[in-house]
Ligand binder design. Structure first.
Ligand code: MN3
Length: 205
């Protein structure tokens, strides 16, 4: 059974940056539905016992095309939203620490620069999708964007996302309407870099 991550804050905890109705709808409806449907499909595919990252990395083993697409979309939706909601916080650390802080400076020059790259990737994603900061096992960092519910795992890169910025309209339209760039800016006001740093440490051992 793949569990939807529990929110570590109240549904209004991210106000005013991300509003209560958006969290209620996004987490309580969209994410909940991805979770439910993904569990059904994983069961059907006989993959319910796999780790979710392992499952998303082995979609090419699913021969039924409809099932494979379903797992990619629903499993990606389940996974990406777990990452999104667990790295947001009402009291976020505004900068990374330890190994991640060093690697960001080495790779991008500064925290401001990686935020700018992630923001541009998110703003430039045509239609629904995400931007990600991901890491490989050697600790290298990558900023990318993906359409739909794809991510660096289901795209077969072998990289693990540690930061996920949702730019589907359901993530911002209730408050920000067409102003995606405004939402992107506010996302970073509630992004907890401690959580991202911890994920980086986990990926890189
Ligand atoms: Mn979403």
């Amino acid at each position: 059974m793949f569990e939807q991550v529990k929110l570590a804050y109240e549904v209004n905890g991210l106000e005013p940056h991300i509003d209560q109705l958006t969290v209620e709808t996004h987490y309580g409806k969209h994410h909940a539905t991805y979770t439910k449907t993904f569990n059904e499909l994983a069961e059907k595919a006989g993959m319910a016992d796999l780790d979710v990252e392992e499952l998303l990395a082995s979609l090419d083993k699913v021969s039924d095309e409809t099932l494979r697409k379903g797992l990619r979309n629903q499993g990606g939706g389940y996974y990406n939203h777990n990452l999104y909601f667990k790295t947001l916080s009402p009291n976020p650390a505004k900068a990374p620490t330890g190994k991640l802080a060093d690697k960001i400076n080495e790779t991008f020059g500064s925290l401001e620069e990686v935020i700018d790259k992630l923001s541009k990737a998110a703003a430039g994603q045509f239609g629904s999708g995400w931007s990600f900061l991901s890491a490989d096992k050697e600790g290298n960092l990558f900023v990318t964007a993906s359409p739909n519910q794809d991510n660096p795992i289901s795209e077969g890169t072998g990289r693990i996302p540690i930061l996920a910025l949702d730019v589907w309209e359901h993530a911002y339209y209730l408050k920000y309407k067409n102003l995606r760039a405004d939402y992107i800016k506010e996302f970073f006001e509630v992004l907890d870099w401690n959580a991202v740093s911890a994920l980086y440490d986990k990926v890189t051992g």
